[in-house]
Design a protein around this ligand. Structure first.
Ligand code: FE2
Ligand code: FE2
Length: 179
């Protein structure tokens, strides 16, 4: 057994923290590949924005066909996707990057698609497909990050859990519709 301490000794830790203080939360101990992490977070941001737009469209269209409970569910999902987008944008800035909110290329950056859907059933199914895409891509990002960036990983784990809830809600809506 080595008697090497598990933690970096306090003097080294203190000295390291004083270097590059302009990098804020990003310390020398940050093990992620910052550029890659920022890029994948920007893809996740685009995905969330596309999901907000799709759910908003579905919310207003469902309101028009008098499906109040489904319309309300769509609105709730839109609000939650917006909160995810905000969390992700905040983390990008913490990592020293810039969140990409440009409408140009938004759909190319996004993992999920924007499908309007003609009927209530189509809308729910398209939302379910989008959630399943988001679930798989978040799971991959989490695996990629491993222990290199626990803060980003934890944020994505929280978002993943909510996308799973969304998918589950949508399956229930399909069951209620009897399809
Ligand atoms: Fe989301
Ligand atoms: Fe979602």
């Amino acid at each position: 057994m080595s008697d090497k301490p598990f933690l970096t000794d306090i003097n080294t830790l203190r000295a390291r923290a004083r270097r590059h203080i302009e990098q804020g939360a990003v310390t020398e101990g940050y093990r992620g590949d910052r550029e890659t992490v920022i890029r994948i977070l920007n893809e996740a941001l685009a995905t969330e924005i596309v999901c907000v737009l799709r759910y908003k469209r579905h919310h207003f269209m469902a309101s028009g066909i008098n499906a109040q409970s489904v319309a309300a569910e769509f609105l709730q999902h839109a609000t939650e996707e917006q909160a995810h987008a905000d969390e992700i944008a905040g983390r990008i800035v913490q990592l020293g990057g810039a969140p990409n909110f440009s409408p140009e290329g938004l759909l190319t950056r996004s993992h999920a698609e924007y499908v309007e859907g003609d009927s209530l059933e189509d809308m729910i199914k398209e939302d379910l497909v989008a959630e399943r895409i988001a679930i798989d891509s978040y799971r991959e990002m989490i695996a990629y990050l491993g222990n290199d960036d626990p803060t980003t990983r934890r944020m994505l784990e929280g978002i993943l859990a909510m996308e799973e809830e969304h998918a589950d809600d949508l399956v229930s809506l399909l069951e209620e519709l009897g399809v």
